[in-house]
Design a protein around this ligand. Structure first.
Ligand SMILES: *Cc1c(COP(=O)(O)O)cnc(C)c1O
Length: 493
Protein backbone atom coordinates (compact mmCIF):
# COMPACT_ATOMS: atom_id res chain seq x y z
CA UNK A 1 0.00 0.00 0.00
CA UNK A 2 1.39 3.36 -1.07
CA UNK A 3 0.29 6.87 -0.16
CA UNK A 4 -0.11 9.83 -2.48
CA UNK A 5 -0.58 13.53 -1.81
CA UNK A 6 -3.97 15.21 -2.41
CA UNK A 7 -2.00 17.86 -4.34
CA UNK A 8 -0.18 15.36 -6.54
CA UNK A 9 3.36 16.74 -6.44
CA UNK A 10 5.03 14.26 -4.12
CA UNK A 11 6.44 10.82 -4.93
CA UNK A 12 4.54 7.87 -3.55
CA UNK A 13 5.38 6.93 0.02
CA UNK A 14 4.65 3.95 2.18
CA UNK A 15 2.62 4.21 5.37
CA UNK A 16 5.49 4.75 7.79
CA UNK A 17 6.89 7.60 5.71
CA UNK A 18 3.45 9.20 5.49
CA UNK A 19 3.06 9.01 9.28
CA UNK A 20 6.56 10.27 10.10
CA UNK A 21 6.35 13.14 7.58
CA UNK A 22 2.80 14.08 8.63
CA UNK A 23 2.24 16.51 5.78
CA UNK A 24 3.30 15.90 2.15
CA UNK A 25 6.09 18.14 0.87
CA UNK A 26 3.72 19.85 -1.62
CA UNK A 27 1.53 20.95 1.31
CA UNK A 28 -1.11 18.29 0.57
CA UNK A 29 -2.40 15.51 2.79
CA UNK A 30 -1.41 11.87 2.44
CA UNK A 31 -4.16 9.56 1.18
CA UNK A 32 -4.06 5.82 0.46
CA UNK A 33 -3.61 4.93 -3.19
CA UNK A 34 -6.76 2.79 -3.04
CA UNK A 35 -9.27 1.57 -0.46
CA UNK A 36 -8.79 -2.08 0.57
CA UNK A 37 -12.09 -3.97 0.32
CA UNK A 38 -12.94 -5.88 3.48
CA UNK A 39 -16.69 -6.43 3.14
CA UNK A 40 -16.26 -10.20 2.77
CA UNK A 41 -14.04 -10.30 5.86
CA UNK A 42 -16.66 -8.73 8.15
CA UNK A 43 -17.79 -12.13 9.52
CA UNK A 44 -14.24 -12.67 10.84
CA UNK A 45 -14.41 -9.36 12.72
CA UNK A 46 -17.58 -10.29 14.60
CA UNK A 47 -15.82 -12.49 17.14
CA UNK A 48 -12.89 -10.17 17.75
CA UNK A 49 -12.20 -7.72 20.59
CA UNK A 50 -11.97 -4.00 19.88
CA UNK A 51 -8.15 -4.14 19.82
CA UNK A 52 -8.18 -7.08 17.39
CA UNK A 53 -10.66 -5.33 15.09
CA UNK A 54 -8.58 -2.15 15.23
CA UNK A 55 -5.41 -4.04 14.33
CA UNK A 56 -7.16 -5.84 11.47
CA UNK A 57 -8.57 -2.65 9.98
CA UNK A 58 -5.39 -0.60 10.42
CA UNK A 59 -3.15 -3.27 8.98
CA UNK A 60 -5.03 -3.01 5.67
CA UNK A 61 -3.23 0.32 5.27
CA UNK A 62 -0.11 -0.22 7.40
CA UNK A 63 1.17 -3.22 5.48
CA UNK A 64 4.83 -2.89 6.41
CA UNK A 65 4.05 -2.95 10.15
CA UNK A 66 4.47 -6.40 11.71
CA UNK A 67 0.97 -7.77 12.43
CA UNK A 68 1.68 -9.38 15.81
CA UNK A 69 3.62 -6.36 17.00
CA UNK A 70 0.81 -4.01 15.91
CA UNK A 71 -1.69 -6.25 17.69
CA UNK A 72 0.21 -6.05 21.00
CA UNK A 73 0.46 -2.29 20.59
CA UNK A 74 -3.32 -2.06 20.04
CA UNK A 75 -3.94 -4.23 23.09
CA UNK A 76 -1.65 -2.01 25.18
CA UNK A 77 -3.32 1.14 23.92
CA UNK A 78 -6.90 0.00 24.41
CA UNK A 79 -6.17 -1.52 27.82
CA UNK A 80 -5.79 2.08 28.97
CA UNK A 81 -9.53 2.54 28.51
CA UNK A 82 -11.80 2.16 31.49
CA UNK A 83 -13.86 -0.76 30.20
CA UNK A 84 -12.98 -3.90 28.30
CA UNK A 85 -14.52 -2.37 25.18
CA UNK A 86 -12.83 0.91 24.23
CA UNK A 87 -15.88 2.01 22.23
CA UNK A 88 -19.11 0.69 23.78
CA UNK A 89 -22.52 1.14 22.15
CA UNK A 90 -25.45 2.30 24.27
CA UNK A 91 -29.02 1.86 23.06
CA UNK A 92 -31.07 5.04 23.44
CA UNK A 93 -34.31 3.99 21.77
CA UNK A 94 -35.64 1.49 19.23
CA UNK A 95 -33.31 2.56 16.43
CA UNK A 96 -30.89 5.04 18.00
CA UNK A 97 -27.53 4.13 19.53
CA UNK A 98 -24.72 6.16 21.07
CA UNK A 99 -21.15 5.10 20.34
CA UNK A 100 -19.21 6.23 23.40
CA UNK A 101 -15.68 7.15 22.39
CA UNK A 102 -14.74 8.92 25.61
CA UNK A 103 -13.60 6.19 27.97
CA UNK A 104 -9.89 6.79 27.38
CA UNK A 105 -7.25 8.45 29.57
CA UNK A 106 -8.34 12.05 28.81
CA UNK A 107 -12.08 11.46 28.36
CA UNK A 108 -12.26 12.58 24.71
CA UNK A 109 -12.50 10.62 21.46
CA UNK A 110 -9.02 11.77 20.45
CA UNK A 111 -7.66 9.15 22.86
CA UNK A 112 -8.62 6.38 20.42
CA UNK A 113 -6.02 7.65 17.97
CA UNK A 114 -3.54 9.26 20.36
CA UNK A 115 -3.04 6.17 22.51
CA UNK A 116 -1.75 4.25 19.46
CA UNK A 117 -0.08 7.07 17.47
CA UNK A 118 3.16 7.03 19.55
CA UNK A 119 3.67 3.40 18.52
CA UNK A 120 2.84 4.08 14.85
CA UNK A 121 5.26 6.99 14.85
CA UNK A 122 8.15 5.34 16.72
CA UNK A 123 7.91 2.11 14.68
CA UNK A 124 7.42 4.14 11.52
CA UNK A 125 10.60 6.10 12.29
CA UNK A 126 12.47 2.80 12.80
CA UNK A 127 11.15 1.48 9.46
CA UNK A 128 12.32 4.73 7.81
CA UNK A 129 15.74 4.53 9.47
CA UNK A 130 15.24 7.69 11.57
CA UNK A 131 17.60 7.38 14.56
CA UNK A 132 17.15 10.83 16.08
CA UNK A 133 14.91 11.82 18.98
CA UNK A 134 11.50 12.83 17.64
CA UNK A 135 10.13 16.08 19.03
CA UNK A 136 6.34 16.49 18.77
CA UNK A 137 5.12 20.08 18.87
CA UNK A 138 1.43 20.72 19.52
CA UNK A 139 -0.61 23.91 19.61
CA UNK A 140 -3.88 23.20 21.36
CA UNK A 141 -7.17 24.84 22.24
CA UNK A 142 -7.68 22.18 24.92
CA UNK A 143 -8.49 18.55 24.11
CA UNK A 144 -5.74 17.64 21.64
CA UNK A 145 -2.93 18.84 23.90
CA UNK A 146 -3.93 16.71 26.85
CA UNK A 147 -4.66 13.62 24.74
CA UNK A 148 -1.31 13.94 22.96
CA UNK A 149 0.58 14.42 26.26
CA UNK A 150 -1.05 11.37 27.77
CA UNK A 151 -0.41 9.32 24.64
CA UNK A 152 3.24 10.27 24.27
CA UNK A 153 4.28 10.42 27.94
CA UNK A 154 7.37 8.27 28.56
CA UNK A 155 7.36 7.03 24.92
CA UNK A 156 10.82 5.83 23.88
CA UNK A 157 12.83 8.21 21.73
CA UNK A 158 10.08 10.84 21.64
CA UNK A 159 9.64 14.18 23.40
CA UNK A 160 6.50 16.25 23.38
CA UNK A 161 5.91 19.95 23.95
CA UNK A 162 2.47 21.57 24.07
CA UNK A 163 1.60 25.26 23.75
CA UNK A 164 -1.81 26.45 24.91
CA UNK A 165 -3.33 29.96 25.12
CA UNK A 166 -2.89 30.81 28.82
CA UNK A 167 -6.37 32.34 29.13
CA UNK A 168 -8.04 30.44 26.30
CA UNK A 169 -8.77 26.99 27.76
CA UNK A 170 -11.19 25.84 30.46
CA UNK A 171 -10.01 25.56 34.09
CA UNK A 172 -10.31 21.80 33.89
CA UNK A 173 -8.35 21.61 30.65
CA UNK A 174 -5.60 23.84 32.08
CA UNK A 175 -5.38 21.74 35.21
CA UNK A 176 -5.25 18.54 33.16
CA UNK A 177 -2.25 19.85 31.22
CA UNK A 178 -0.40 21.57 34.07
CA UNK A 179 -0.43 18.38 36.13
CA UNK A 180 0.79 16.16 33.28
CA UNK A 181 3.11 13.35 34.32
CA UNK A 182 5.98 11.83 32.33
CA UNK A 183 9.71 12.50 31.93
CA UNK A 184 9.61 13.57 28.26
CA UNK A 185 6.84 16.19 28.36
CA UNK A 186 6.66 19.95 28.58
CA UNK A 187 3.65 22.28 28.69
CA UNK A 188 3.80 26.04 28.29
CA UNK A 189 1.07 28.68 28.40
CA UNK A 190 1.38 31.42 25.79
CA UNK A 191 0.17 35.00 26.29
CA UNK A 192 -2.28 35.20 23.40
CA UNK A 193 -5.01 33.18 21.76
CA UNK A 194 -5.05 29.79 20.03
CA UNK A 195 -4.06 31.33 16.69
CA UNK A 196 -0.92 32.80 18.31
CA UNK A 197 0.07 29.31 19.51
CA UNK A 198 -0.73 27.75 16.15
CA UNK A 199 1.22 30.40 14.25
CA UNK A 200 4.22 30.01 16.57
CA UNK A 201 4.27 26.25 15.99
CA UNK A 202 3.78 26.61 12.22
CA UNK A 203 6.64 29.11 12.05
CA UNK A 204 8.95 26.70 13.82
CA UNK A 205 7.94 23.90 11.42
CA UNK A 206 8.52 25.98 8.30
CA UNK A 207 11.94 27.36 9.34
CA UNK A 208 14.74 25.38 7.66
CA UNK A 209 17.40 26.86 9.93
CA UNK A 210 15.50 25.56 12.96
CA UNK A 211 15.38 22.09 11.41
CA UNK A 212 19.18 22.23 10.88
CA UNK A 213 19.87 23.47 14.41
CA UNK A 214 17.67 20.75 15.85
CA UNK A 215 19.28 18.12 13.63
CA UNK A 216 22.69 19.15 15.06
CA UNK A 217 21.24 18.27 18.44
CA UNK A 218 20.03 14.91 17.11
CA UNK A 219 16.37 15.94 17.06
CA UNK A 220 13.76 15.81 14.27
CA UNK A 221 10.36 17.50 14.40
CA UNK A 222 7.04 15.79 13.93
CA UNK A 223 3.40 16.60 14.56
CA UNK A 224 0.46 14.81 16.11
CA UNK A 225 -2.37 16.85 14.67
CA UNK A 226 -5.39 15.40 12.96
CA UNK A 227 -4.16 15.73 9.38
CA UNK A 228 -1.56 13.02 10.09
CA UNK A 229 -2.73 9.74 8.52
CA UNK A 230 -1.67 8.03 11.76
CA UNK A 231 -4.43 9.97 13.54
CA UNK A 232 -7.03 9.05 10.94
CA UNK A 233 -6.44 5.33 10.53
CA UNK A 234 -7.27 4.21 14.12
CA UNK A 235 -10.59 6.06 13.84
CA UNK A 236 -11.76 3.89 10.94
CA UNK A 237 -11.82 0.92 13.32
CA UNK A 238 -14.67 2.06 15.53
CA UNK A 239 -17.07 2.37 12.62
CA UNK A 240 -16.41 -1.29 11.86
CA UNK A 241 -16.53 -2.21 15.52
CA UNK A 242 -19.87 -0.48 16.13
CA UNK A 243 -21.32 -2.24 13.09
CA UNK A 244 -20.13 -5.64 14.36
CA UNK A 245 -21.61 -4.93 17.79
CA UNK A 246 -24.99 -4.16 16.19
CA UNK A 247 -24.86 -7.46 14.30
CA UNK A 248 -23.81 -9.38 17.41
CA UNK A 249 -26.67 -7.95 19.47
CA UNK A 250 -29.18 -8.84 16.70
CA UNK A 251 -30.09 -5.21 16.09
CA UNK A 252 -29.20 -5.62 12.40
CA UNK A 253 -28.31 -8.37 9.94
CA UNK A 254 -24.98 -8.42 8.16
CA UNK A 255 -25.48 -6.22 5.10
CA UNK A 256 -28.09 -3.86 6.59
CA UNK A 257 -27.24 -0.20 6.32
CA UNK A 258 -26.49 2.02 9.34
CA UNK A 259 -26.41 5.85 9.45
CA UNK A 260 -23.76 7.64 11.54
CA UNK A 261 -24.10 11.12 13.07
CA UNK A 262 -20.78 12.83 13.84
CA UNK A 263 -20.13 16.05 15.80
CA UNK A 264 -17.62 17.64 13.48
CA UNK A 265 -14.81 20.17 13.67
CA UNK A 266 -11.72 19.42 11.63
CA UNK A 267 -13.57 16.69 9.68
CA UNK A 268 -11.24 13.89 10.87
CA UNK A 269 -13.79 11.77 12.69
CA UNK A 270 -16.46 11.79 9.97
CA UNK A 271 -13.86 11.30 7.24
CA UNK A 272 -12.87 8.03 8.92
CA UNK A 273 -16.53 6.96 8.54
CA UNK A 274 -16.41 7.84 4.85
CA UNK A 275 -13.23 5.75 4.48
CA UNK A 276 -14.95 2.84 6.27
CA UNK A 277 -17.78 3.07 3.72
CA UNK A 278 -15.25 3.11 0.87
CA UNK A 279 -13.82 -0.10 2.31
CA UNK A 280 -17.19 -1.79 2.04
CA UNK A 281 -18.90 -1.14 5.38
CA UNK A 282 -22.68 -0.85 4.76
CA UNK A 283 -23.08 2.80 5.75
CA UNK A 284 -26.24 4.67 4.74
CA UNK A 285 -25.85 8.40 5.36
CA UNK A 286 -22.98 10.15 7.11
CA UNK A 287 -24.55 13.02 9.00
CA UNK A 288 -22.28 15.99 9.67
CA UNK A 289 -23.30 17.93 12.80
CA UNK A 290 -21.94 21.45 13.44
CA UNK A 291 -22.46 24.11 16.09
CA UNK A 292 -22.96 27.83 15.25
CA UNK A 293 -19.67 27.72 13.35
CA UNK A 294 -21.63 26.08 10.56
CA UNK A 295 -19.30 26.48 7.62
CA UNK A 296 -19.60 22.74 6.85
CA UNK A 297 -23.42 22.80 6.92
CA UNK A 298 -23.39 25.56 4.32
CA UNK A 299 -20.82 23.66 2.29
CA UNK A 300 -22.91 20.50 2.11
CA UNK A 301 -26.15 22.41 1.50
CA UNK A 302 -24.87 24.92 -1.07
CA UNK A 303 -21.70 23.39 -2.52
CA UNK A 304 -19.74 26.52 -1.55
CA UNK A 305 -17.13 26.61 1.20
CA UNK A 306 -16.78 30.10 2.65
CA UNK A 307 -14.68 30.73 5.76
CA UNK A 308 -15.26 34.51 5.62
CA UNK A 309 -17.66 34.74 8.50
CA UNK A 310 -17.89 35.56 12.16
CA UNK A 311 -16.20 33.10 14.54
CA UNK A 312 -18.26 32.05 17.57
CA UNK A 313 -16.97 30.71 20.87
CA UNK A 314 -19.50 28.02 21.73
CA UNK A 315 -20.34 25.44 24.41
CA UNK A 316 -18.73 22.83 22.13
CA UNK A 317 -15.26 24.41 21.74
CA UNK A 318 -13.63 21.41 20.06
CA UNK A 319 -15.87 22.09 17.06
CA UNK A 320 -15.13 25.83 16.89
CA UNK A 321 -13.32 25.74 13.57
CA UNK A 322 -13.68 27.70 10.35
CA UNK A 323 -11.02 25.89 8.29
CA UNK A 324 -11.74 22.17 8.38
CA UNK A 325 -8.39 20.73 7.26
CA UNK A 326 -9.43 17.14 6.62
CA UNK A 327 -12.12 18.21 4.15
CA UNK A 328 -9.27 18.36 1.63
CA UNK A 329 -9.24 14.55 1.60
CA UNK A 330 -12.97 14.45 0.77
CA UNK A 331 -12.51 17.04 -2.00
CA UNK A 332 -9.81 14.83 -3.48
CA UNK A 333 -12.18 11.84 -3.60
CA UNK A 334 -15.20 13.74 -4.86
CA UNK A 335 -13.20 15.34 -7.69
CA UNK A 336 -12.38 11.82 -8.93
CA UNK A 337 -8.97 11.94 -7.20
CA UNK A 338 -7.98 14.98 -9.22
CA UNK A 339 -4.94 16.51 -7.47
CA UNK A 340 -4.82 19.60 -9.71
CA UNK A 341 -8.40 20.58 -8.92
CA UNK A 342 -7.83 19.89 -5.21
CA UNK A 343 -4.63 21.99 -5.16
CA UNK A 344 -6.43 24.82 -6.98
CA UNK A 345 -9.28 24.82 -4.43
CA UNK A 346 -6.86 24.85 -1.51
CA UNK A 347 -5.04 27.77 -3.04
CA UNK A 348 -8.37 29.64 -3.42
CA UNK A 349 -9.11 28.86 0.22
CA UNK A 350 -5.75 30.30 1.23
CA UNK A 351 -6.05 33.47 -0.89
CA UNK A 352 -9.76 34.33 -0.56
CA UNK A 353 -11.09 31.97 2.12
CA UNK A 354 -13.52 30.21 -0.23
CA UNK A 355 -14.06 27.82 -3.12
CA UNK A 356 -16.93 25.98 -4.80
CA UNK A 357 -17.51 22.48 -6.09
CA UNK A 358 -19.33 21.57 -9.32
CA UNK A 359 -23.00 20.55 -9.60
CA UNK A 360 -22.06 16.94 -10.31
CA UNK A 361 -19.75 16.80 -7.30
CA UNK A 362 -22.47 18.29 -5.13
CA UNK A 363 -24.96 15.67 -6.39
CA UNK A 364 -22.57 12.86 -5.53
CA UNK A 365 -21.96 14.28 -2.03
CA UNK A 366 -25.73 14.51 -1.47
CA UNK A 367 -25.90 10.73 -1.82
CA UNK A 368 -23.40 10.20 1.00
CA UNK A 369 -23.87 13.11 3.41
CA UNK A 370 -26.50 15.11 5.23
CA UNK A 371 -25.45 18.18 7.22
CA UNK A 372 -27.13 20.41 9.76
CA UNK A 373 -26.22 22.62 12.71
CA UNK A 374 -27.35 23.26 16.26
CA UNK A 375 -27.71 26.61 18.06
CA UNK A 376 -26.37 27.23 21.57
CA UNK A 377 -29.91 27.21 23.00
CA UNK A 378 -30.72 23.92 21.34
CA UNK A 379 -27.46 22.42 22.59
CA UNK A 380 -28.50 23.19 26.19
CA UNK A 381 -32.11 22.06 25.62
CA UNK A 382 -31.00 18.77 24.09
CA UNK A 383 -28.78 17.94 27.09
CA UNK A 384 -31.74 18.56 29.37
CA UNK A 385 -34.30 16.75 27.23
CA UNK A 386 -32.07 13.73 26.61
CA UNK A 387 -31.48 13.37 30.32
CA UNK A 388 -35.10 13.94 31.37
CA UNK A 389 -36.73 11.83 28.64
CA UNK A 390 -34.20 9.05 28.16
CA UNK A 391 -32.09 9.13 31.33
CA UNK A 392 -28.95 9.60 29.25
CA UNK A 393 -26.39 12.26 30.18
CA UNK A 394 -24.32 13.67 27.30
CA UNK A 395 -21.68 16.34 26.85
CA UNK A 396 -22.10 19.49 24.75
CA UNK A 397 -20.52 18.05 21.56
CA UNK A 398 -22.64 14.91 21.68
CA UNK A 399 -25.68 17.10 22.29
CA UNK A 400 -25.05 18.90 19.00
CA UNK A 401 -25.00 15.52 17.25
CA UNK A 402 -28.17 14.32 18.99
CA UNK A 403 -30.03 17.48 17.96
CA UNK A 404 -28.93 17.09 14.34
CA UNK A 405 -29.87 13.42 14.47
CA UNK A 406 -33.40 14.44 15.49
CA UNK A 407 -33.53 16.98 12.64
CA UNK A 408 -32.55 14.25 10.21
CA UNK A 409 -35.17 11.82 11.46
CA UNK A 410 -37.85 14.55 11.40
CA UNK A 411 -37.00 15.23 7.78
CA UNK A 412 -36.45 11.75 6.37
CA UNK A 413 -37.95 9.32 8.87
CA UNK A 414 -36.02 6.49 10.40
CA UNK A 415 -35.15 4.06 7.64
CA UNK A 416 -31.83 2.79 9.02
CA UNK A 417 -30.60 2.43 12.60
CA UNK A 418 -28.73 5.60 13.62
CA UNK A 419 -25.44 5.59 15.53
CA UNK A 420 -24.58 8.93 17.18
CA UNK A 421 -20.88 9.32 17.97
CA UNK A 422 -20.25 10.62 21.48
CA UNK A 423 -16.92 12.42 21.60
CA UNK A 424 -16.45 13.58 25.20
CA UNK A 425 -17.43 12.71 28.74
CA UNK A 426 -20.00 15.08 30.29
CA UNK A 427 -17.43 15.58 33.08
CA UNK A 428 -15.06 17.22 30.65
CA UNK A 429 -17.56 20.09 30.30
CA UNK A 430 -19.09 19.74 33.74
CA UNK A 431 -20.16 23.31 34.31
CA UNK A 432 -22.03 23.73 31.02
CA UNK A 433 -23.71 20.34 31.34
CA UNK A 434 -24.81 21.11 34.90
CA UNK A 435 -25.98 24.54 33.80
CA UNK A 436 -28.21 22.85 31.19
CA UNK A 437 -29.84 20.71 33.90
CA UNK A 438 -30.38 23.30 36.63
CA UNK A 439 -30.38 27.00 37.40
CA UNK A 440 -27.61 28.80 39.29
CA UNK A 441 -24.89 26.21 38.84
CA UNK A 442 -21.59 27.10 40.53
CA UNK A 443 -18.66 27.57 38.19
CA UNK A 444 -16.08 25.55 40.13
CA UNK A 445 -15.19 22.36 38.28
CA UNK A 446 -15.02 20.12 41.36
CA UNK A 447 -18.14 21.51 43.05
CA UNK A 448 -20.01 21.22 39.74
CA UNK A 449 -18.80 17.64 39.24
CA UNK A 450 -20.04 16.61 42.66
CA UNK A 451 -23.39 18.23 42.04
CA UNK A 452 -23.70 16.64 38.61
CA UNK A 453 -23.02 13.27 40.18
CA UNK A 454 -25.68 13.84 42.82
CA UNK A 455 -28.24 14.76 40.16
CA UNK A 456 -27.48 12.04 37.64
CA UNK A 457 -25.71 9.21 39.51
CA UNK A 458 -23.21 9.06 36.63
CA UNK A 459 -19.85 8.24 38.24
CA UNK A 460 -17.21 10.98 38.21
CA UNK A 461 -14.22 9.60 36.28
CA UNK A 462 -11.07 8.96 38.32
CA UNK A 463 -9.13 11.19 35.89
CA UNK A 464 -11.16 14.18 37.12
CA UNK A 465 -11.15 13.32 40.83
CA UNK A 466 -7.39 12.77 40.96
CA UNK A 467 -6.63 16.18 39.44
CA UNK A 468 -7.43 17.87 42.72
CA UNK A 469 -4.46 16.40 44.54
CA UNK A 470 -1.95 16.47 41.69
CA UNK A 471 1.06 18.73 41.64
CA UNK A 472 0.98 21.54 39.07
CA UNK A 473 4.29 20.88 37.35
CA UNK A 474 3.95 23.28 34.43
CA UNK A 475 2.93 26.80 35.33
CA UNK A 476 5.16 28.82 32.97
CA UNK A 477 3.48 31.42 30.80
CA UNK A 478 5.61 32.99 28.10
CA UNK A 479 5.40 35.69 25.48
CA UNK A 480 4.58 34.38 22.00
CA UNK A 481 7.97 35.60 20.74
CA UNK A 482 9.71 33.23 23.18
CA UNK A 483 8.30 29.92 21.93
CA UNK A 484 11.36 28.90 19.88
CA UNK A 485 13.65 29.61 22.82
CA UNK A 486 11.39 27.47 25.00
CA UNK A 487 11.75 24.59 22.54
CA UNK A 488 15.56 24.72 22.68
CA UNK A 489 15.54 25.10 26.47
CA UNK A 490 13.43 21.94 26.63
CA UNK A 491 15.59 19.76 24.41
CA UNK A 492 18.80 20.92 26.09
CA UNK A 493 17.48 20.10 29.54
C1 LIG B 1 -11.82 17.02 18.32
C2 LIG B 1 -13.22 16.89 18.80
C3 LIG B 1 -14.32 16.93 17.91
C4 LIG B 1 -14.16 17.19 16.43
O1 LIG B 1 -13.59 16.12 15.74
P1 LIG B 1 -12.99 16.33 14.26
O2 LIG B 1 -12.30 15.07 13.95
O3 LIG B 1 -12.04 17.50 14.38
O4 LIG B 1 -14.13 16.63 13.36
C5 LIG B 1 -15.61 16.77 18.42
N1 LIG B 1 -15.81 16.60 19.75
C6 LIG B 1 -14.78 16.56 20.64
C7 LIG B 1 -15.08 16.40 22.08
C8 LIG B 1 -13.46 16.69 20.19
O5 LIG B 1 -12.45 16.67 21.10
Amino acid sequence: MKFVSTRGKQFKNNASEAIVQGLASDGGLFVPEYFPQIWDKLPQLLDMTFAERACFVMHQFLEEYDYQDLLSACQNAYNKFENQDAAPLVKLDEKTFVLELFHGPTLAFKDIALTILPYLLRKGADYCGVKQTILILVATSGDTGKAALEGFKDADGIKIMVFYPSEGVSDMQKLQMQTQEGCNVNVVGVKGNFDDCQTAVKNIFSDNQVHKDLFDKNVVLSSANSINFGRLVPQISYYFSAYCDLVNSNEIKLGDKVDFVVPTGNFGNILAGYYAKKMGLPVGKLICASNSNNVLTDFFVEGDYDANREFFKTYSPSMDILISSNLERLLFEVSGRNADITAERMSQLKSCGKYSISKDEKTSLDKEFFASCCSEDNCMLTIEKTFNDLGYLCDTHTSVALKVSNDYVDKFGKENPVVVLSTASPYKFTFTVLDALKENAINDPFVAAKELYEMTAMEIPEQILSLKSKNRRFVDVIDKTKTLKAVFDFIEK
